[in-house]
Design a protein around this ligand. Sequence first.
Ligand code: HAM
Length: 543
Amino acid sequence: MIKAVRGTRDLLPPETALWNFVEAAARDVFRAYNFHEIRTPIFEETQLFARSVGEETDIVSKEMYTWLEDGRSPEQMLELAWVKVHGKGGDWFVPPRFQKPSYYPDIEFRPPAGERILLEFSSRPSLERLRLMRQYAGTWSEVCQQQPVLRLVTDREPSDFLQREAARLDIEIETVELIDELSQSLTLRPENTAGVVRAYIEHELWQRGLQKLYYIGPQFRRERPQKGRYRQFYQIGAEVIGPPSAGSESPARDAEVLEMLATFLDRLGITGWTLELNSVGCPNDRALFNEALRKALEPVVAKMCADCQRRAVMNPLRVFDCKVPEDQPIIDKLPRISQFLDEPCRKHFDEVQTILKATGIPFTLNDRLVRGLDYYTRTAFEFTHGALGAQNAILGGGRYDGLSESLGGPQAPGIGFAIGEDRLVMSLPQSADTVSPKPDVYIAPVGEGMNHEAARLARELRGKDVVTELGDESFRLKKSLETASKMGARFVLIVGENEVKAASFALKNLATGEQTSVPRAELARKIQNSTDRSQVATPENKR
Ligand code: HAM
């Protein structure tokens, strides 16, 4: 039997009513703050995430679903590339699909004495490609009885991270003007801020002043699945971004976004949340902080996990993402970014807090909170909820003042957040049943030839906004009544030959058991008036 892939799940009714409930509430609340919806693609160029979220983050280095253009696996794409083998008698160009040395029993690949074999691959640089090249070299080294020199010829300057990785794998990189397009690395979005900022730049949205954009949709991360952590999960997020002249840098924006979140959670009836707040400073502060961190890590890093040892060198801030229990006492003693904020950052952060206090939004300061994505500057925050267990962050966000520039756009400070919708739904006080809309009426055709009469009536009622379910003339009335009450219908409308002739129908109220005869023209009004259709005032059934 084929089942849903690990870390993904089906959302079924009635639970989907809860999802609709929170999404409708989000749209409602966001509208009051003048946010507008944006929908970006669920896959983007891998570079977008590498450059914004950061190559050293867990998300980019371990969790992305990445593939090469046209759906081929990296192995298959590699087979498409021509490989130049420099061997005895000159250079051999080994065509696609025939790159195994065993295909050429007659060719002596061993180079003249003193020369090394060169395997040259032409492709866009990517981590998978580099690793595959290294693996691939193994086959050739057996035949040639020496380690070949590996060279990647590319038309795109590899990132610093890829250059370091290439050096580690002993792969030379040659950048040329343009090569045949072989592959483009694409990735299922692990988050949506990068996509929104890419769209902001691509469509020059700064021309329209301050942008307040929200999105609702799936994100993908290859994390170890557990309660509240999925490989396909959903976010409801929002971003405020624009030129500084439009006020995008103001602490008032930060406070407004946080106040909106508090309003939203309150609207859903979620209590017991905590807003944890920090400032991660700006690049100036970060440089000093990183230096202090490196220094503080030096004497202790050997005792830490392998990830932290790498982080300490590459991006020491990421040490704070470590979840290894043995490392925590060490991390607790490290310097904090709060000690390194420069005057403007400190003032900005103070102002955010002043406005939050003025609007009555409770928060706690947490100077260990650095967030797991590299683009953050200044305000960083999370809302946590006690009922969620280990994965207790309902949402996270912060400011990202340099992100647009780092993606080639204009200066466009911004702040945003993403709510984990899966976790939000788990912390709702409502049960799915209370927000799931029920049929107003169940039509029970009684007797042969009544299906078409019932269909006509159903069409009339639905046209007047009455939620209608249809039975079948083959059902006995008892069965129809049972079915109707099981699905929570409030009325059963009986359609028999006599009723049709009289143009007046028996309408049974399932709650009271009362049955009255109602003329056809009055049915819709009677059902609507005598029903409290909004059992729960959900945005979905509020009409
Ligand atoms: P994030 O902290 O990576 O931030 O994710 C935001 C929220 O998404 C988390 O607090 C959590 O509720 C939910 N989430 C993350 N991973 C999973 C998972 N595997 N399963 C279930 N829920 C998950 C961001 O994504 C940033 N883009 C937020 C942002 C927007 N910052 C500025 N603007």
